[in-house]
Every structure is written in structure tokens, then in C-alpha cells.
Design a protein around this ligand. Structure first.
Ligand SMILES: CC(C)(COP(=O)(O)OP(=O)(O)OC[C@H]1O[C@@H](n2cnc3c(N)ncnc32)[C@H](O)[C@@H]1OP(=O)(O)O)[C@@H](O)C(=O)NCCC(=O)NCCS
Length: 155
């Protein structure tokens, strides 16, 4: 029988889950051109989560057969830096490796888009690392297009 996936608004009590899964998945966002210390990547995730919690945001929690299987952090007050147009911004999302490729990520993304649309926001944006094949496939399959490129050069 297919498992049931449900997405709900997160609460303060979900933050330990977010911290744990976020720390376990954070290295997926390290690009091949950066040397990164593992501890710094973990700290960067925690700083990102704290930044989100301090802004107008929404935490979405996905449950698979009643067990937490993923989360998405959505920011509501980060306008596009070029046009200042309002937008929702996906700060981070992650799915438990044991639940991957079962539609949990897609369900989180669709819910985030529905909430952003209901809030009157005309776009939803995010940043993704070049080599992050699963995430890029998820976003591109859902209709996201590349708007700008972030370039870097090792010195
Ligand atoms: C990216 C991530 C959230 C995807 O979550 P998921 O629940 O496994 O994704 P879904 O099952 O909803 O997949 C939806 C679609 O995304 C694509 N996709 C997901 N994982 C993929 C993979 N490993 N390889 C290729 N395509 C993939 C597929 O098109 C898939 O549709 P399909 O299964 O019908 O072919 C998950 O891999 C993850 O948590 N990664 C680590 C954290 C991370 O990188 N977060 C994104 C930061 S920008």
C-alpha cells in the first residue's frame, strides 16, 4: 500500500527535527570549488535556520505515515534584490534519506508554492548548488528556471 504524505505547518517543537536533519544533509550544498570544514558547514546551517526564525517565515513539515520525513523553510520578506519585487524564498529544504524519492520533496515544494501564492506573492525563488543533482532535478521538474548565475573563481 502507498504511504500517506501530509504536509503541515511546523511548530517550535519541530525545530530539533529541523536542526538534526538540516545538519545531516547540509553538505549536499557544498560545491566542488570550495574547500569546506565540516564543522563550518554545520554552523552555517544553524546560522541559516536562526536567520529564518528571526524573519517573517514559515516552517513546513512533511510526514510520511505520521512520521516526520522532511521540512522546508520559507521566507516571506526577502524581495528580489534587483527589482525589489516581493517573493517567497526557499531558504532550505531536506528529506530524510530513508524517505527519499517517494514524493516528499515534491509535496513540500507544492505546499510552499500554494502558501506563497495564497499570500499574494508572485514568485518563489531559491538558490541551489550546481552539483546538487537531486535538488536541481526536483526544482527543474517543478518548473523553476535559472534567472541568474553566481560565479566564483578560486584564487
Ligand atoms: C533534494 C531532496 C529534497 C529531494 O527530496 P525527495 O523527497 O527525494 O524528492 P521527490 O521524491 O519528491 O522527487 C521529486 C522529483 O525530483 C527528482 N529527484 C529527486 N531525487 C532525485 C535523484 N536522487 N536523482 C535524480 N532526480 C531526483 C525526480 O525528478 C523526482 O521525481 P520522480 O521520482 O518522479 O522521478 C532530497 O534529495 C534532499 O533532502 N537532499 C539533501 C538536501 C538538499 O540538497 N536540499 C536542497 C537544498 S537547495
Amino acid at each position: 500500500m502507498n504511504a500517506t504524505i501530509a504536509v503541515r505547518r511546523g511548530e517550535r517543537a519541530d525545530r530539533d527535527f529541523v536542526r538534526d536533519l538540516g545538519r545531516r544533509s547540509a553538505t549536499s550544498s557544498v560545491s566542488a570549488v570550495r574547500e569546506a570544514r565540516y564543522d563550518d558547514v554545520l554552523e552555517a546551517f544553524e546560522r541559516l535556520a536562526d536567520f529564518v526564525y528571526g524573519r517573517r517565515h514559515e516552517l513546513l513539515i512533511a510526514e510520511r505515515d505520521g512520521a516526520r520525513a522532511g521540512f522546508l523553510l520559507l521566507l516571506y520578506d526577502i524581495p528580489d534584490e534587483v527589482t525589489m519585487a516581493p517573493q517567497a524564498f526557499i531558504a532550505y529544504m531536506a528529506v530524510e534519506p530513508t524517505a527519499s524519492r517517494r514524493g516528499v520533496g515534491r509535496a513540500l515544494l507544492e505546499t510552499a508554492e500554494a502558501h506563497a501564492h495564497a499570500a499574494g506573492l508572485p514568485h518563489v525563488s531559491l538558490m541551489v548548488t550546481e552539483e546538487n543533482v537531486p535538488a536541481r532535478a526536483l526544482y527543474e521538474g517543478a518548473g523553476y528556471v535559472t534567472e541568474r548565475l553566481m560565479l566564483t573563481k578560486p584564487l
